[in-house]
Design a protein around this ligand. Structure first.
Ligand SMILES: [Zn+2]
Length: 157
């Protein structure tokens, strides 16, 4: 018996699996909200300062700036996959840089810490601060996601 007659039979009986014609929705990201004391326990002091207090690590201090293997850069707070190694580039700034994030993984807001407005972005799941996005990146997006290495965790492919 081939697959087609079987499927036709199941359809006749109303048992065929329902296939939605609509595009699959973007993956739903379950928010992770913890008390501040809980974050303090989970994170290193440096990661806490960046992720929970919007600190910035010193340029050139993260080994991930020179990470060149294939893999995924995840949020150090909640492990959500934020960036693919395929979108990483050497910006020469001393911070790991990417020209785009994974779909829906980061959320942006405007901050005025340096008077000139900058676009801050954070993890869509735990709202941990990751870095700032600028419009001087390479093709194809022209964006530069300038990320604190300490806020990321690299998982090789
Ligand atoms: Zn996160």
């Amino acid at each position: 018996m081939t697959r087609r007659p079987l499927l036709a039979l199941l359809c006749t009986l109303g048992l065929a699996p329902k296939v939605s014609s609509a595009q699959a929705p973007a993956p739903q990201i379950e928010p992770l909200r913890l008390a501040d004391a809980e974050w303090k326990k989970r994170l290193s002091a440096d990661a806490y300062a960046v992720l929970r207090q919007e600190g910035t690590e010193r340029a050139g201090t993260s080994p991930l700036d020179h990470e060149k293997r294939k893999g995924t850069f995840r949020c150090a707070g909640c492990e959500l996959a934020l960036f693919s190694s395929d979108t990483k580039f050497d910006s020469g700034t001393g911070w790991p840089s990417f020209f785009t994030s994974l779909p829906g993984a980061v959320v942006t807001k405007t901050d005025f810490k340096l008077i000139v407005p900058r676009t801050e972005y954070h993890c869509a799941r735990c709202e941990g601060h990751q870095g700032h996005v600028f419009d001087d990146g390479p093709k194809p997006t022209g964006k530069r996601y300038c990320n604190n290495g300490v806020a990321l965790k690299f998982v090789p492919a």
